[in-house]
Design a protein around this ligand. Structure first.
Ligand code: AMP
Length: 281
């Protein structure tokens, strides 16, 4: 595995790889790797010659009062995991490398970036699309892998890729869960034992929603009420949003007639947790 810290070194490496016609699969991450990240690496391995992972806690996607300074980091462990999973290129740039003092250009996907998570995190997706566009330009990957746990992010990146004509396939990979059903996240480390255990109610509520819809429930309000009731049992929690949306446009649906995605964001203790479930109707 080649660990690269500098953009100029990465550019040379990619140029050489492109000459040899090798396909490149990119997995952008913020590190503190878990099974969710590793599943993206494994998916890329099945489809690409070269597996490229980036680890960068991207400052521009954190709000002022968010957890940038305390976001969990363990580079030594991450490097070991990438070696173990046969990653070919690991890119770990510094913030000053990615955002030099004269940096001025941002990429922003309209509308989709201001709803759902974008409402409570106004600058978040602008930071995400800017860093992902930079990584796309640097790595020139054939495919890029994103987890469906961050469903809105996945849709926004698909829109950005289409709108800016990046010749890259965006691959959405399934949500990997803890044994209690909680979606894996680097931020789960912020939870107390009780919060962690009870946070399993998020996934349980999504499963119950699916059951209700399969039994014919068409009114989103009834589903949302049920989820609210279940989430009230998580200690130190506050619901940010529960929405039932069109899986492509992320517009809320008035009645459940076609496939929908149920999206939940919930503060639990010091963590803000998100989860979702695609329901085929
Ligand atoms: P992060 O390091 O949190 O920015 O995540 C990097 C990538 O891993 C993103 O595409 C996430 O959607 C994905 N990811 C994070 N957690 C999971 C999970 N539990 N299951 C699947 N993918 C995940």
């Amino acid at each position: 595995m080649k660990t690269i810290n500098h953009i100029e070194v990465l550019k040379k490496e990619i140029k050489t790889l492109k000459l040899s016609n090798k396909s490149i699969g990119l997995i952008p991450t913020m590190g503190y790797l878990h099974e969710g990240h590793l599943s993206l690496i494994n998916s890329a391995k099945e489809e690409c010659d070269i597996i490229a992972v980036s680890i960068f806690v991207n400052p521009t996607q954190f709000g002022e009062n968010e957890d940038f300074s305390i976001y969990p980091r363990d580079l030594k462990r991450d490097i070991g995991l990438c070696i173990k999973h046969k990653v070919d290129i690991l890119f770990i740039p510094s913030a000053s490398e990615m955002y030099p003092p004269d940096f001025k250009t941002y990429v922003e996907v309209n509308k989709l970036s201001y709803i759902l998570c974008g409402k409570s995190r106004p600058e978040h997706f602008k930071g995400v699309t800017t860093i992902v566009a930079k990584l796309f330009n640097l790595f020139k990957p054939d495919k890029a892998y994103f987890g469906l746990k961050d469903y809105q992010q996945y849709i926004i990146i698909k829109n950005m890729t289409r709108d800016l004509n990046f010749p890259i396939d965006i691959i959405g990979c399934p949500i990997i869960r803890e044994s209690n059903g909680l979606a894996m996240s680097s931020r789960n480390i912020y939870l107390s034992e009780e919060e962690y255990n009870k946070a399993s109610l998020i996934y349980a509520s999504l499963r119950e929603a699916k059951r209700m819809i399969k039994n014919g429930e068409k009114n989103p309000e009834n589903i949302i009420k049920m989820i609210e009731k279940m989430l009230k049992n998580i200690p130190n929690s506050k619901i940010d949003y529960i929405k039932i949306c069109n899986p492509e446009t992320l517009e809320e649906v008035a009645s459940i007639e076609k496939d929908v995605i149920i999206l939940i964001a919930c503060f639990v203790g010091k963590a803000r947790l998100i989860d979702n479930m695609l329901i085929k109707v």
